[in-house]
Design a protein around this ligand. Structure first.
Ligand code: HEC
Length: 122
């Protein structure tokens, strides 16, 4: 294949991908229903990296607070203000997360999720 033909073929492929993507957009965007942040999903997504089983957050908290206190999602002693303060300021080996990483709205939802009684979290 010549270089020119290679570029022509690539451009065609890119164009095809672009139209496919553009065509897929309207279907995925639901017009009504303003998305309400799901605290549980956000916790998994933004914090799970460190705070699910086997994460450094889980291990560090177990070390500092004792067995059974490692998994934030299973703690019954967290309140939303504390969670927000830790996330914005950091704590020991946990880095502070900026509003770019986790928006205020997302953080409120995560705080509510972690502070909610466990039975209501499912
Ligand atoms: C890069 C890893 C990392 C991420 C991402 C992370 N954390 Fe942490 N977190 C830690 C570590 C490590 C600790 C334990 C700090 C210590 O005690 O040394 C911790 C501790 C905490 C504590 C303190 C619990 C206590 O009882 O003292 C809270 C609350 C917390 N994290 C919430 C969150 C939330 C909410 C998110 C997501 C928005 C999050 N963390 C994301 C690593 C992380």
């Amino acid at each position: 294949m010549t270089v020119r033909r290679f570029f022509a073929a690539s451009a065609g492929l890119v164009a095809l991908l672009c139209t496919t993507f553009a065509a897929a957009q309207p279907n995925s965007a639901k017009p009504s229903a303003p998305a309400k942040p799901d605290g549980g999903a956000l916790f998994q997504n933004r914090c799970g990296y460190c705070h699910l089983a086997g994460g450094t957050g889980t291990m560090m908290l177990e070390r500092r607070l004792g067995k059974g206190h490692g998994l934030l999602g299973e703690r019954a002693d967290l309140n939303a203000d504390f969670v927000q303060a830790v996330v914005r300021n950091g704590l020991n080996s946990m880095p502070a997360l900026t509003r770019v990483e986790v928006s205020d709205e997302e953080l409120s939802a995560i705080g509510r999720f972690l502070a909610a009684p466990k039975a209501a979290r499912k």
